[in-house]
Design a protein around this ligand. Structure first.
Ligand SMILES: Cc1ncc(COP(=O)(O)O)c(C=O)c1O
Ligand SMILES: Nc1c(O)cccc1C(=O)C[C@H](N)C(=O)O
Length: 419
């Protein structure tokens, strides 16, 4: 039996045994293999009609009444509570709104302020913020500005270096749960514990883990967390992000963006700011209702689905992809940047594909961007990340094992075509 026949049969068996395979029907998909859900999740089938209703009935007919009658005003907390179980948080700690970048800003500044109010004027010498040196750039930019504004020094370190870098000077640490380039899953429980041991505050960016694997925010005592909703939560382009503030820290959450939506009495129009209690303290201005309610509809795909079952399938998908790639792609053409051990792997596989990797065609070997362009024309949609990374994201809600086999086979054919 050829390798292709063997792996095709194995894919069929895995799909037949997959309890989540039916969930694909909850999405609008075509014949392409969509492995870019870690950048923009696919469209859940319930979203178009909901958006139509929000626009035509709620906005078009009810107009201003919808703030109350259609639940617009309370949407940020209501939808936060819907995300909560997916990231291991009890209700009342997540508020949806703004972009991840904006929420990183709120969280980092708030963490530094919490450290400050513990130590008073002298700050207890806590003059440093640590930031993941491998972070998606926006977090680094924002942390730099937050550090400048709060009079701290920003120190970029890799997550592995964090335990040694922590000291009595550390006020707060901003880390990514899963690395956007390599797909490496960082040790959130261990690092959070080390940060607390050092007396500092932990802020986690969950963009690449929420909806793909259990996060356990409450269980691991995370202080603050942020994440986007357009990747594994399938909220749509530009869907609002979220902010988690652990319940016992909420009274001390001093927002650097204290807009009127987080005032204790927003319609009191009081010139003096007084923050509301609870997660609502993370709100700023008027919520982006159209995107927010599209997200709410998108979250319905999680009805009856456990994040643990999604994690199990995600690992099986990435294992199978690595197996197919190893089998189909001649050795040395690509190398996986994604760790093999399950506890270190998110829900994507990143393959380094550089012209220096064993191509026969001297001088004319493809770069990763060319390879990805070709893959996309062949119906396998992943993405390219500078300088030489092919990224494949696996959303267990709608990706099956036959998709995985096809993606690896088309990748092998594509690489061969460049020879
Ligand atoms: C880890 C991470 N943080 C932040 C962002 C940016 O988020 P936003 O564009 O919502 O500000 C992204 C992706 O866009 C990301 O992958
Ligand atoms: N947010 C994005 C966008 O507005 C356009 C294109 C891509 C994105 C992304 O989400 C990129 C993604 N965070 C990444 O991991 O590379």
């Amino acid at each position: 039996m050829s390798e292709i026949t063997q792996l095709t049969l194995e894919a069929e068996e895995l799909d037949a045994a997959d309890e989540l395979s039916k969930l694909r029907e909850r999405f609008v998909l075509d014949d392409a293999v969509y492995l870019d859900g870690n950048s923009l999740g696919a469209l859940p089938a319930s979203v178009p009609d909901r958006v139509d209703d929000v626009v035509r009935r709620q906005w078009g007919s009810l107009r201003i009444r919808s703030w109350d009658e259609s639940g617009w005003w309370t949407a940020p907390e209501r939808i936060g509570d819907r995300i909560a179980p997916l990231v291991g948080a009890a209700a009342g700690q997540i508020v949806v709104g703004d972009s991840t970048s904006v929420n990183v800003f709120k969280a980092v500044v708030a963490a530094v302020r919490m450290s400050e109010d513990e130590h008073g004027e002298g700050r207890g010498g806590r003059d440093e913020i640590l930031v993941d040196a491998t972070t998606f750039p926006t977090d680094g930019y924002i942390a730099e500005s937050a550090a400048r504004m709060t009079g701290r020094t920003l120190r970029p370190v890799t997550p592995a270096e964090v335990p040694d870098a922590l000291s009595s000077r550390t006020a707060a640490v901003l880390l990514n749960h899963v690395d956007y380039r390599t797909g490496r899953l960082h040790d959130l429980p261990g690092l959070t514990a080390a940060i607390h041991e050092a007396g500092a505050y932990a802020v986690w960016d969950l963009c690449h883990s929420a909806g793909a694997l259990p996060v356990g925010l409450d269980e691991h005592g995370v202080d603050l967390a942020v994440g986007c909703t357009y990747k594994y939560l399938n909220g749509g382009p530009g869907s609002p992000a979220y902010l988690y503030v652990r319940r016992d820290l909420q009274p001390r959450f001093d927002s650097p963006l204290p807009g009127w939506n987080s005032h204790v009495e927003p319609f009191g129009m009081d010139p003096a700011y007084e923050p509301v209690a609870g997660a609502r303290r993370g709100r700023v201005g008027t919520p982006d209702i159209l995107s927010m309610l599209a997200l709410e509809a998108a979250l319905e795909v999680w009805e009856g689905v456990s994040i643990e079952s999604v994690r199990a399938k995600s690992l099986a998908l990435t294992d199978f992809f690595l197996k197919c790639v190893t089998s189909y792609v001649p050795e040395g053409r690509v190398e996986s940047l994604t760790p093999t051990p399950h506890p270190e792997r998110g829900s994507q596989v990143a393959l380094r594909c550089s012209p220096t990797l064993g191509f026969a065609r001297a001088g004319g070997a493809p770069n990763a961007a060319e390879v990805m362009k070709h893959l996309i024309t062949e119906g396998v949609i992943g993405d390219f990340r500078h300088p030489d990374v092919l990224r494949f994201g696996f959303t267990p809600l709608y990706i099956g094992f036959a998709d995985v086999e096809r993606a690896a086979r088309v990748l092998a054919q594509t690489l061969e075509s460049f020879d």
